[in-house]
Design a protein around this ligand. Sequence first.
Ligand code: G1P
Length: 271
Amino acid sequence: MKALIPAAGLGTRFLPATKAMPKEMLLVVDRPVIQYVVEEGLASGADEVVIISSHGKQAIEDHFKPDDALVRLLRERGKDDRADAVHHAGNLPVSFVYQNEPLGLGHAVHCAADLTADESFFVLLGDVIVPSYDMLNRMKVISDEHGGANVIAVMPVPKNKVDRFGVIAGEEVGKNVWKVSGLVEKPSVRRAPSNMAVFGRYLLSPRVMELLATTEPGTGNEIQLTDALQTVLDEEDMYALVVDPEEGFDTGTVDTWLDTNNRLYARRSAR
Ligand code: G1P
């Protein structure tokens, strides 16, 4: 099973910091944002992480390549902990596919279609770090309990913020579990079916990948993953795991990235 991480965005909110460096390489405490997301994907039991990148983001690939010369040099100098960290990053099972045009999240995910084959797959959006690394496993349990159903993570948000997210319709069927009956991408506050926002962690069936091939552009004139999820509801079940806002650390804006650094650093220092 693969874990897909779309990472083809321009990083506009961080310019000029992201002019020459991909936003996925921004530092959070001691490693780039994307390394947390890759490690979380692997902690779910996925055998490989596929990063959907765009050309001009060579630094991400370099980060995940082995660098034996550097490891050797660090060991010679007695810096074994740094050598271990460099070895670890360079030997994670990561591969790359490319999105050549920014046509939307749904399109980005579909760029990995040849790699997921006929298997279910995870999608992890990189703007949010989940340091506990256990959310995908909880989603897998729900999927297994319901015959391999699609499962997405959702988070309650204040009603006036729903227009920034995908939002679900549905009903609670268990503790922190909803059965999803509909999804809409970035609805107006008035038309939002709930305040449960799609959080950026998905466990999806091969049928969703198929549907993405023919999903038309939607909100923002982009091919939306949310729209393919709405379509698959005609054929397959979908459940939502309600997660606590405290479980995710947002890195999508300068303010939230700084705040995440401060909070995770404080947490590490307290250990
Ligand atoms: C994407 C998804 C949206 C989801 C959000 C979570 O939107 O399309 O459904 O709620 O991520 O962060 P984006 O933030 O890329 O506009």
